[in-house]
Design a protein around this ligand. Structure first.
Ligand SMILES: [Zn+2]
Ligand SMILES: [Zn+2]
Length: 267
């Protein structure tokens, strides 16, 4: 009787063990399934992330185009109100302070119900203020900070025009839809606090490198320091476009070749 009991207990224990093993096997199978699901999710994320990244970049570029378009429209309103006179650059650089009361951005903003946006969403410059935030701009007063992502084509400023002109009124511009007015300034370096580049220095084979020091020529894609660098540009007729540096510089040789800065050659 005792032996029979022991036999039964052992058989129950063995059944129990068997059932535990089956449970374990079921759990192991579930784990494999889980791993497969995790793998699929990881794969989907790796596929989706670049897509989301490029959608994010496209959204920033579009927002920036709208910022520039609004600035161009404000400039047209300014022109209409001021007998056709063009707005002038006003922010200094390389030692001189910005003068907020005469700065073009603040003037244009008054013509646009203070709705202009000075910062491109892709602009992560370390020099943004207001002081004491941000880090000082090289060769500028220690309390000077970046106030705008955007600058003015110096050809359209009567005091800074490198040659030709001076272009004082919009009626002097032959092709307003081909003449750049606003562009994107370099995020770092001496021009980070300026509101105009020195386009007259963009000469010869090194033009793309000099341009990239003054303007963020690849703010919206393309390889830095290359003629395929892409940024946004605003035109006097009120439209804005994303263009490669080679599109705005022509053959990269100023002053006598086709480019979109010099109103005499812009076409
Ligand atoms: Zn931009
Ligand atoms: Zn300057």
């Amino acid at each position: 009787m005792q032996l029979k009991c022991i036999g039964k207990i052992m058989s129950l224990a063995s059944e129990n063990h068997q059932s535990n093993r089956n449970n374990c096997q079921e759990k192991a199978f579930t784990l494999v399934e889980l791993l497969v699901v995790i793998g699929i999710i990881a794969l989907l994320i790796s596929i989706l992330l670049p897509v989301l990244g490029s959608a994010n970049r496209a959204a920033k570029r579009t927002k920036c185009l709208s910022n520039i378009r609004n600035m161009q429209i404000a400039q047209i309103l300014y022109c209409n109100d001021n007998r056709g006179y063009l707005i002038q650059a006003g922010f200094g650089h390389g030692g001189s302070h910005m003068h907020d009361s005469i700065a073009w951005f603040n003037t244009l903003n008054q013509y646009y119900q203070n709705k202009l946006v000075a910062r491109c969403p892709a602009d992560d410059s370390p020099h943004w203020g207001p002081f004491p935030e941000g880090i000082p701009i090289p060769n500028a007063p220690t309390d000077q900070r970046r106030q705008t992502s955007y600058g003015i084509n110096p050809f359209l400023d009567r005091d800074m025009v490198p040659w030709g002109g001076p272009y004082v009124k919009i009626s002097q511009i032959r092709q307003t839809s081909k003449t750049i007015q606003f562009l994107e300034m370099a995020k770092t370096g001496e021009f980070a606090g300026a509101d105009h580049p020195h386009v007259d220095q963009w000469i010869g084979p090194g033009a793309r490198v000099i341009a990239a020091r003054q303007c963020e020529t690849n703010m919206h894609g393309g390889p830095r320091l290359s003629l395929d660098a892409r940024a946004n540009y605003g035109f006097l007729d009120g439209h804005a476009e994303t263009l490669r540096l080679r599109d705005v510089l022509g053959e990269g040789v100023l002053p006598d070749k086709h480019n979109l800065f010099d109103p005499a050659t812009a076409r």
